[in-house]
Design a protein around this ligand. Structure first.
Ligand code: GAL
Length: 372
């Protein structure tokens, strides 16, 4: 059972959100939960994220997914390790694997908490491009690891015409094998080959998020096809596997770090470009149906120089709807520090809407009263 919610007063009260500053938990330790995802459940908000150790080694997983809990989004109690790495070198979650961007959703039918995350087996860089799945009966876990997959093996995307539903020809395979695909934009990016190459083994899935719609349908959104194309994939009713319906979004546009939210019946998605740990310009897109068509609206960040060019020196991970404040959303991003991973910082900023379009402005110190 979760021990959440403090009968003892915290040692230190956070009264404001200070983007980029060290954010301390109720025991005065820096919060260690990067690439975060959030879950509101029974009056408590849970913050899940990558626990990072010091130094460059911290770019891989040595502890697992940590979880914090809060009733006010300012003061957080450390609820422990929700999903632990394994000491067994043969285990997929062995220490030194890569666990990124964990997201947790609650399935009302099964009454289980379901975690998805980007998994790279140890020692193989980012070649695995797999999705890990874990479940728990309580929000803070511990979660039980179910295994990993590459989504949608043997299934054609919705948006692909029947004449393109073909395995690669021998000539196409040779052409593809000769291309260098570094995970970022290249002029020769083959928009129509990669999902076909990966048809039988499953689609690549790196940066990811989960989104639960008002009707309870849950979606897994991930950077696929060597990071060049996003996929939106409907999960099964128990949220444990892909349902077999998915769409390709913005082929060849290289979107990472997807964060989805719904405002006044429309779907919005904030993403970054692909430049590894180094920040770049955010983009926001909108759609009336989650299946698209999606329209790109440009950079949601306002301000000067570094603020618009580097998303406030950060990269999106989640858009957090503020409990009990309909229409209030917080942009949650990571300021990565790959040379000393544990020193990565959190950049939380309020989202405003101008003529129905989300915008984000720098604010060095703010509180939830900003939404009143
Ligand atoms: C970023 C990605 C991070 C991590 C990093 C590794 O682009 O958003 O989650 O994978 O690359 O270089």
């Amino acid at each position: 059972m979760s021990t959440v919610v403090t009968s003892r007063p915290p040692l230190l009260f956070n009264t404001h959100i200070r983007p980029g500053e060290i954010w301390r938990d109720n025991a005065s330790h820096p919060i260690n939960a990067h690439g975060a995802g959030f879950l509101h459940h029974e009056g408590i908000t849970y913050w899940y994220g990558e626990h990072k150790i010091d130094g460059e080694a911290g770019n891989a997983a040595h502890v697992g997914v940590r979880v914090y809990a809060s009733r006010d989004l300012l003061n957080w109690s450390n609820e422990g390790v929700a999903l632990a790495v394994s000491k067994d070198p043969a285990h997929e979650l062995t220490a030194g694997c890569i666990i990124e961007r964990p997201k947790v959703i609650f399935n009302a039918c099964t009454a289980r908490f379901v975690m998805w995350f980007h998994l790279e087996p140890a020692g193989a860089g980012y070649e695995g491009a797999r999705s890990g799945v874990a479940v728990a009966d309580t929000p803070a876990g511990p979660f039980t690891y179910l295994g990993s997959l590459r989504p949608n093996a043997g299934i054609w995307p919705d948006t692909v015409a029947s004449e393109q539903r073909l395995p690669l020809s021998a000539a196409e395979s040779v052409r593809l094998a000769s291309m260098e695909l570094p995970g970022g934009p290249v002029p020769y990016y083959p928009k129509q080959l990669l999902f076909r190459r990966d048809f039988s083994g499953g689609q690549m899935a790196r940066d990811m998020t989960l989104f639960v719609d008002e009707d309870g349908a849950a979606y897994h959104v991930y950077s696929s096809e060597e990071n060049g194309t996003l996929h939106i994939s409907l999960l099964s009713e128990d949220y444990l596997r892909p349902s077999g319906r998915y769409a390709r979004i913005f082929p060849g546009c290289f979107n990472e770090a997807p964060a989805l939210f719904k405002y006044e019946g429309r779907y919005f998605m904030i993403t970054s470009g692909c430049s590894g740990w180094a920040p770049n310009q955010a983009r926001v897109s909108v759609a009336d149906s989650i299946w698209g068509p999606w329209e790109e609206l440009g950079n949601p960040c306002l301000g000067d120089g570094w603020q618009t060019a580097t998303t406030f020196d950060a990269q999106s991970t989640y858009v957090l709807p503020v409990p009990e404040k309909p229409g209030a959303f917080i942009f949650v991003a990571d300021r990565w520090r790959p040379s000393n991973a544990s020193d990565g910082r959190y950049v939380w900023l309020p989202i405003r809407f101008r003529h129905g379009v989300p915008v984000i402005e720098w604010n060095a110190e703010w509180d939830l009263g900003i939404f009143d």
